[in-house]
Ligand binder design. Structure first.
Ligand code: 8YV
Length: 331
């Protein structure tokens, strides 16, 4: 049906996703994978029919104000849409979509990996063998961590990912607790044997491990504030594979430093790619495990995300509502 849409993709995607995009669209791909500057983004939206951004692109009101009439769809390559001013986009008549579902299990795997790695000192142990010093050998008190089994896990955000974490954690013998805007369906609660806490404060005071699995929205910014972090017991661990902004990173680092928290496993940071130097220091001491935002980074997952993006674009171009449309009211 006439001209192919001009689809501007801001970052390098897996080869077969790019190949498919080239077949289907007039695809402008970013072959050198350097993130676009705000000025380059503003330039791109002047002519693009569809923009495919990622978390490293700030699609804010200023970029959107430069958009040409032809820009009708922003198909985010990613689940979280906190990189996009969705309200302004929608006001301007631009549809926004994301890629839910396909990265749930991978992100839950990484969350579980951190839940295991921090209390059981996985990275610290590995360093013993790779550092210059020789291993002095086993002893009964060597590398004692803390038991996972039987501990209380508090999940903040019981959406798809939170539930997938709960399923895994149950298999490891953890007791599942959660805080969410609303209680999940009784069937799911029963299946996960999960206890709902309407009050986040009350839940935090009783947990051994807390896992952040909610999106970053104005309502969840610094949900784990300095005040709330202080409610955690000094033996508690914090794991975050969601968004750095949900946790007051400075307050968290201070508490880890002072021993008011036992440890943390962080895959996301408040000011990526910058990481609080205090956290890096604590990681060197083995108190925290830090990962560079790789929770959903599997080849299979990235291909699935690319396919989702393509389906959203094609459905939209065919004149239908794309399956993963995001509305401001959902945030
Ligand atoms: C990506 C993610 O790292 O989808 C998300 O919300 O955090 C990850 O899949 C990134 O956001 C892709 O844009």
């Amino acid at each position: 049906k006439g001209k192919k849409p001009l689809v501007v993709v801001t970052r390098k995607l897996p080869d077969n996703v790019e190949l498919r995009m080239r077949e289907l669209f007039d695809a402008r791909l970013n072959t050198d994978d350097k993130p676009l500057t705000q000025a380059e983004l503003a330039e791109a939206v002047k002519s693009a029919d569809v923009l495919v951004p990622t978390i490293t692109d700030q699609i804010d009101a200023s970029v959107l104000s430069k958009a040409g009439e032809q820009l009708k769809l922003i198909a985010n390559f990613g689940n979280g849409v906190d990189n996009i001013d969705v309200a302004t986009a929608v006001q301007r008549g631009i549809t926004v979509t994301n890629t839910p579902g396909v990265l749930t299990e991978d992100t839950a795997d990484m969350t579980m990996a951190l839940i295991l790695a921090v209390p059981r000192r996985l990275v610290e142990g590995s360093h013993v063998l790779t550092s210059e010093k020789d291993w002095a050998g086993w002893s009964p008190t060597w590398m004692m961590g803390h038991r996972i089994w039987g501990k209380r896990l508090g999940i903040i955000g019981m959406g798809r990912i939170g539930q997938a974490v709960a399923r895994r954690a149950r298999a490891f013998g953890l007791q599942i607790h959660y805080h969410n805007r609303r209680k999940v369906a009784p069937k799911i609660e029963e299946e996960l044997d999960a206890t709902y806490w309407e009050s986040l404060d009350q839940m935090l005071a009783r947990m051994d491990i807390v896992s952040v699995n909610c999106p970053h929205t104005p309502a969840t910014y610094h949900l784990l504030s300095a005040r709330r972090l202080k409610l955690l017991r000094p033996q508690a661990y914090v794991v975050n594979t969601a968004r750095g902004e949900v946790v007051d990173e400075n307050a968290l680092a201070r508490m880890l430093e002072s021993g008011d928290l036992a440890g943390a496993g962080l895959d996301v940071f408040e000011h990526e790619p910058a990481v609080n130097p205090k956290l890096v220091k604590l990681a060197r001491q083995g108190k925290v495990v830090l990962l560079p935002h790789m929770g959903s980074a599997t080849l299979e997952g990235r291909i699935d995300m690319g396919e989702k993006v393509i389906i959203n674009i094609r459905t939209f171009m065919d004149g239908h509502r794309p399956p993963d449309r995001v509305l401001p009211s959902m945030l």
